[in-house]
Write a protein that binds this ligand. Structure first.
Ligand code: CU
Length: 134
């Protein structure tokens, strides 16, 4: 039994895990909205669904997609984003993003703020997003 547990622990240590990189937000003032961008790297063989993002810095945090509306771009809330196995999903300007609505504080360039990403299989990942001016 001990041996089996050891082997399972070892597998979880060496097997690839989903990870988040390049998390950043545009600077914005208290009461305003901003967006969080990041890369979700899924080196595993199965799909993961990002179902929720939360943070204490804003009243509302939603997953958004950008879509074409005639000649204009609109954006709307989506319930989840699927990250297929062995792929990287980019949340980037002009595409999917995390909408950070009604900031409770000013975000200055260089600040780092915490977000928690929740995936469909109860996986939660805590990240720090850096504030940039771009
Ligand atoms: Cu948006």
């Amino acid at each position: 039994m001990t041996f089996i547990i050891l082997v399972l622990n070892l597998i979880s240590l060496i097997s690839p895990q989903i990870k988040i990189e390049n998390a950043w937000m545009r600077n914005a003032d208290k009461g305003m909205n901003t967006a969080l961008y990041l890369d979700i790297i899924n080196p595993t063989s199965r799909a993961y669904d990002l179902v929720n993002v939360s943070s204490d810095i804003a009243k509302v945090v939603q997953i958004h997609e950008t879509y074409k509306q005639g000649d204009n771009l609109g954006m709307r809330k989506v319930e989840s984003i699927t990250i297929k196995g062995m792929t990287t999903f980019h949340l980037a300007p002009g595409g999917f993003h995390v909408m950070v609505i009604r900031l409770k504080e000013n975000l200055k360039v260089g600040d780092k703020k915490e977000f928690i990403l929740t995936f469909s299989n109860h996986l939660k990942i805590k990240i720090m997003a850096v504030v940039k001016d771009q």
